[in-house]
Design a binder for this molecule. Structure first.
Ligand code: FAD
Length: 490
């Protein structure tokens, strides 16, 4: 870990806001209530907390200065990208400062011969693939939010996407990181060659939800574009038979690039929206199957997948006729959460993982839970990974409905864990699921995680109140923590 010390200073008696304005420029510091309002939540709209200020650094030196000034005033700080997170990770609890990295948005280097790119954290996910396309390369992790979310946010959440099944999540594509530690030191972790030696601190930071420091530069792996890509739609009478087809395809040894299920309620919302792609509104579910690889292999694999779908009950399995139709299918899939905005003012996107073989049984149980709580529940999910997204459309202004939404959500999570699953596949723990960490981890497990965190941030100044359940341990072990990990959202 190479360190680059940078100085900190501040006029005695000056307010934090004044010092921040002086350090990075007044126009980079937002404090008016109407400016702060948009930072009160991320994509989990019912967890809100207004930040004390939002600062917009333009480079890593700004980030160091902001961190040092916040520390000097004992004020916690939270890195933020585009705010599309779905677990409350990017909100500032306890009157903290948000450090929004969106202006660190430059692609610094593309190395096609070594297949990596060096980028700033505010680069939008989809823009990287566009920028390297003329080299025959792409950046594989493709969250459905990829037109808006940032690579810094992807690192913090270890984001996945439809193509995670074949290509892996963000952690499989990050080679090196530069970050500002919570004490203001700038460090380099990992190496573009992918073999730095020592502890795998890049691995520790990916998925750490902004609690270990602020990423200011990433070196990411680029992948060669496959020679041939085919995308087809398995049209099924219900979600359960689509899940059976997923099991059969995986069991046969095929590794599709993507296996995504979209249920009837979601199809209806999509087809009534700008994302309409001609999906059959009378189907119980569609299974989007994408295969990619050498041209000679893909054709035969298409036929095998079609056979598996028919055996599981598909009425038809049409293949996209051209690239435009293929893109329409993906626009429909990736726009599904947006399209559901038509159903109700709020959408609670759940995220849990179950073993693939349990998909049919768990899907049935989830639908039953939705019905029992009288909720509008729909499913669109990364079926190949067993990564479920039960989505509940609701209106948070209705306290009774809100209560039922939360109770159903908890029951869904418990059902998934009891089936051998986990509480998040890709959206993180944040404020949303910190109290459910105990469903999976013992106090000793959590202790090991807290110790890792303490090695980076002993005073818990960086994104406090996230990931860890509120326990006596937090406040007692470290009086400087001021009980941040006990502060509720609200
Ligand atoms: C419509 C929709 C579809 C989605 N689909 C997917 C999907 O398919 N797969 C998936 O994985 N997720 C998905 N998400 C969730 C979300 O887009 C991802 O979690 C994404 O990675 C968040 O990126 P962001 O830039 O918006 O980060 P934010 O929401 O701003 O922040 C997320 C976390 O990252 C931390 N962070 C941000 N920048 C930095 C930094 N520079 N250094 C350190 N920490 C930082 C924050 O503190 C926070 O904890 C979806 C969200 C929406 C709204």
């Amino acid at each position: 870990m190479a360190t680059l010390p940078l100085s900190s200073s501040g006029a005695p008696g000056a307010s934090l806001e004044d010092e921040l304005r002086q350090a990075v420029g007044a126009e980079q510091v937002l404090t008016r209530p109407e400016d702060l309002f948009v930072y009160e939540a991320d994509g989990l709209t019912h967890h809100t907390a207004r930040p004390r200020a939002v600062v917009l650094p333009r480079d890593k030196t700004d980030v160091v200065q902001i961190v040092k000034r916040c520390r000097a005033h004992g004020v916690p700080f939270v890195p933020r990208g585009a705010g599309t997170g779905l677990s409350g990770g990017a909100i500032a609890l306890d009157d903290g400062v948000i450090i929004e990295c969106a202006r660190l948005d430059r692609i610094l280097r593309i190395a096609p011969e070594d297949r990596f790119a060096v980028v700033q954290p505010g680069v939008i996910n989809a823009d990287l693939s566009k920028a390297v396309a003329h080299h025959g390369l792409f950046y594989a992790p493709d969250p459905s939010s990829q037109q808006a979310c940032t690579l810094g946010g992807n690192v913090a959440e270890n984001s996945g996407g439809p193509h995670t099944l074949k290509y892996g999540t963000t952690t499989n594509h990050v080679l090196a990181l530069e970050m500002v530690l919570p004490d203001g030191q700038l460090v380099q972790l990992g190496s573009p060659t992918g073999s730095a030696g020592g502890y795998d601190l890049v691995g520790a930071v990916v998925g750490s939800e902004g609690t270990l420091g602020i990423v200011t530069e990433l070196t990411v792996r680029l992948s060669p574009r496959p020679e041939r890509t085919e995308t087809m739609l398995g049209i099924f009478p219900d979600v359960v038979s689509a899940c059976r087809a997923v099991g059969a395809i995986i069991r046969s040894g095929l590794v599709p690039a993507a296996l995504e299920i979209v249920d009837r309620r979601t199809i209806e919302a999509v087809e009534a929206s700008v994302y309409a792609a001609g999906l059959p509104t009378d189907a119980g579910a569609v299974l989007i199957i994408e295969l990619d690889g050498p041209a000679v292999a893909v054709g035969r694999q298409v036929e095998r997948c079609q056979d598996h779908c028919r055996e599981a009950g598909a009425s038809e399995v049409p293949v996209a006729r051209d690239e435009a139709e293929r893109q329409r299918f993906w626009r429909a899939r990736k726009g599904a959460f947006g399209a559901m905005g038509r159903l109700a003012p709020d959408l609670y996107v759940h995220d849990a993982v179950v073993p693939r073989q349990k998909l049919p049984e768990i899907l049935e149980k989830i639908c039953e839970i939705g019905d029992r709580y009288r909720l509008r529940l729909s499913n669109v999910f990364h079926a190949g990974d067993g990564n479920l997204h039960p989505n509940i459309s609701f209106d948070r202004r209705d306290p009774d409905e809100m209560e039922r939404v939360l109770a159903a959500g908890e029951e869904i999570l418990r059902t998934c864990v009891e089936a051998g699953g986990v509480i998040t596949g890709e959206h993180g723990v944040g404020t949303e699921k910190k109290e459910y960490m105990g469903l999976l981890f013992s106090e000793a497990d959590l202790d090991a995680m807290r110790k890792l965190r303490a090695a980076f941030d002993p005073d818990r100044m960086c994104n406090p109140g996230k990931m860890f359940p509120a326990t006596r341990f937090c406040a007692e072990a470290n009086p400087k923590a001021r009980g941040y990990d006990q502060v509720p959202f609200g």
